[in-house]
Design a protein around this ligand. Sequence first.
Ligand code: G6P
Length: 595
Amino acid sequence: MCGIVGYIGERQAKPILLNCLARLEYRGYDSCGIAVAGGKLQVHKDAVRVGVLKEKLPRRLEGKIGIGHTRWATHGGPTKANAHPHCDCTGKITVVHNGIIYNFQQLHQQLIEEGHTFTSETDTEVIPHLIEKYFTGDLEEAVARALAEMEGSYAIAVLMEGRPELIAARKDSPLIIGIGDGENFIASDVPAVLDHTSRVVYLEDGDIAVVRKEGFQVKRKGKVVDRQPHQVTWSVGDAQKGGYEHFMLKEIHEQPKVIRDTIRAYLTADEADSNRDIFTEGGEREILILACGTSYHAALVGKYVLEQLFRVPVRTEIASEFGFLGQTSARSQAVVITQSGETADALKAIKKLRSEGCPVTVITNVIGSSATRLADQVLCTQAGPEISVAATKSYTAQLMALYWMALPLARIDLRRKDSLIAELRQLPGRVQRILDDEEKIAQHAAQIAKYDHVFFIGRGINYPVALEGALKLKEISYIHAEGYAAGELKHGPFALLSSEAPVVAIVAPDNTYDAMLTSIKEVKARNSPVLALVEEGDEVIEEVADSVIVVPKVEPLFSPVVNTVVLQLLAYYAAKERGCPIDFPRNLAKSVTVE
Ligand code: G6P
């Protein structure tokens, strides 16, 4: 998704802006640009990667104030003309923007009638023209008047030739100020500024900030408001590859630590008790879990966990569908899972839930994200920054958060509860064993990489794992993959089974085991090669499947953790075998801030 950066200080802006933009590349983009004001304002942009733009820039592009952008096309294709920054008619006011302006057609038409000329197909371009229209000497005031005309979502940074300030503003799209020493930054995302500062201010919806090199001031509806800085605990190292070939592999390998950190944070006796108020006790109730993408698959696992341990009905909904179908009642309590805390569909669902009086707990990996500000309660996962577009460790951390939510209130006997907690503590070691054996998974992946279609099947708590395995494989290796509840395969997909369409079967030693064995036999009878994930010690499935990946023994309730790690590695090595750009798959974005 689009990324914003801005710099004002004593250093040359160009290299700093390029460095900050490079740190945002993981979000996914198709074009980029920067504007730097020395004496004169200069804008350079193109439909290229940041590294290529850097090569194309004039060596003498000097100035100590500037803004930059990575664009993910929404209005108008990925072209040089549509790339940001965008300028007004005079070429002195320039803007970078994340979000969508819903009434841009009308504003565009009105501005044309007033004599403005446009050079792009973007909605963004109306912003510098509106600022130009209202500018009478006070840039902040002109921006405020322009924003008042706009409907939709935005995070913007504005730079005007000859002015010693940047203006930043947000509504429904994230924006932070990074606080340096005699210099300040603007960014849509914390990792952008981590090389320079770890002190950040999270702007809130409706905020307009004037950022100067020696400080900043935030106003809301014309009145100065106090926005306290936060110390970010993520380090630059957390957001770098640390010797791994890809962020995805690094993040897969961080999962034992993520689980350990989560257990440490959540499972002290006091904290286990302290989440009693996440769900109100007593009476009839219904838990609703909403999310998108991989987080939705965590939600599906959460449904099994909460229903089994907590014994209340749990409904899961895809956040983007909730607006069309979603119903709540006085009994509903919602959990929204979003690793970024910025997914537009998830935010819209939270707003709808809150407007209907439904209490919302958000599970997110980003403190200070928009979702945390909208929620009644926040449960922060302990995954650290996730850079790879394909979610891995953030998903595992979400599962841990769901286990933690369910365990204290579990309606099970104390001995079972203690044994589950003891099992949870064993999980980091179990996951580590999978990672230590990744070479074997890479060999299986090399086989999978030869096919164009792959099915994943599971049952019970491992049905969502099949969905997640298929999603991981398709998003990074571009192999067509589908996840199915094993019993559903015979209701259609059987027509596609052949020696050219392998099936990955996730088998757990729970009440689904016999049915999975039957499903594998049915698949084999249709000539599809079967790769089965089986628990160590299982000899029955090995007899039937073509090949197996042996997974460490865990409590079945926690099997989604170990099985998913195996499927993450399978997808990773299949994508590597095919030479795909693993961390930045085509057309995808890390944080989807548009509907
Ligand atoms: C994008 C990402 C996925 C992620 C999904 C939901 O599609 O590429 O990895 O699962 O958004 O994101 P969220 O931040 O709401 O969990």
